[in-house]
Each structure stands twice: as structure tokens, then as C-alpha cells.
Design a protein around this ligand. Sequence first.
Ligand SMILES: [Zn+2]
Length: 227
Amino acid sequence: MKILKSVAKRVIGYDRLLQLRRAGKRWIHFGLARFCPCCNARLRRFTPFGLVKRQEALCPVCWSLERHRLMWLYMTQKTNLFDGNQKRMLHVAPEPELSPLIQKADYINYLSADLFAPNAMVKMDITDIQYPDNTFDVIYCSHVLEHVQDDRKAMSEFYRVLKPGCWAILQVPITADTTFEDPTVISPKERSGCSDNTITSVDTGPTIRIGLWRQASRLRLMVSCAS
Ligand SMILES: [Zn+2]
């Protein structure tokens, strides 16, 4: 099967193969009960996903999760991101479910960045961003800060490179009523003993980030559940 897929990729091309796959999935999962705003598929249902399976989580066509669909709706309906005006956007840890959608807008000068991910355009340490002050009109960074040891420095860097009057969405998962903080938990092995989104070597609770948000009024904070 792997060999067949590899041959198909070479002969047909990855993008065309992806289009064909999605067309097939749209037909297989077609229904009127659900709608995915990321790929505009009409579905019978979303499929279960997660270590602890969440029902109605994954779009079988574009693989978007609940948080991707929510963010896409928020960006398209509640922000000025797609108003047609030229803007420069930084997308940290670019999700493949959202990145291509944003890049379709040719008036957005889009830059994706990550410390490790090969699909990002540039390598970036968000505690030491290699761009001058007031560079970006929009910053989007989802489910990253909870994994950064010095998240306060990362927040100050976002503030520095964001133009005055512009905005950022910094989304972090909130999975408990109280903050779990243990600065000694750093290595992947230690972190594996905790849930993916609540483990951290830094503060993941809402209090500090809301405080920083008020101080740095350009930053808009969003918190979310783990999904
Ligand atoms: Zn979809």
C-alpha cells in the first residue's frame, strides 16, 4: 500500500492526489447533518478523535479538529483578517488545516514559523524573534505557549513585533480549574507522564495571561479546552 501511495504521488502529484482523496471522502461521508467551515464539506457526522476519544471531533475530509473549525469561523467572522487590506501575518506552529486557507488571500503577506516543524517557512524561537519591532499586523499562535519554558518572554516578543493597533490570537488549552505549574518538568520523558496540554514547565493558568493581556493591550487572549 505504501509503495502504491508513493508511486501515485510521483505520477499524479501530491496536490492532485490530495484533491482526489478529498473528493472521495466528500462522497463517502456526505450528509446534511454537519458542515465543516474549513473545507465546506457537508457530512453525516464528524468522526471520533483523541487519546480519550471525543465524538464528533475530526472532519474526515480535511482532518480539521474542533479548535481549527472554531478558529476559522472566528478569523473569518470576527476579525479584519480577510477584509482585503494588505497586512503581514505571523503564524506560529502552522496547522496544515488552516495555513493553506489563510494563504489563499493574496493580500496577506503570510509567514509561518516554528522551532522544529519542517513545514514552517522559517525557523523561529518565539522567545527571541529575529524580526524588528512593529513588523506584523496579525499574529496567530495556538497551543504553543504552554510548551515554552519562558512564556513571559515569548509574550513580550510577540508584543514587540506586533504593530500598534494590531492584534494577536494566542490560544492556550485550559484543562483544569487551577493552574498546574512545575518548572522542573522539562524533558519529553517527564512530560509524557502528564496530559499533552496540561503538562508544562510554565504557568498555563488563565490568571497570568489575562494579566499580561491587560498590560499589553494589543494582545488578545483566547483560551480553550484541549480539543
Ligand atoms: Zn473539513
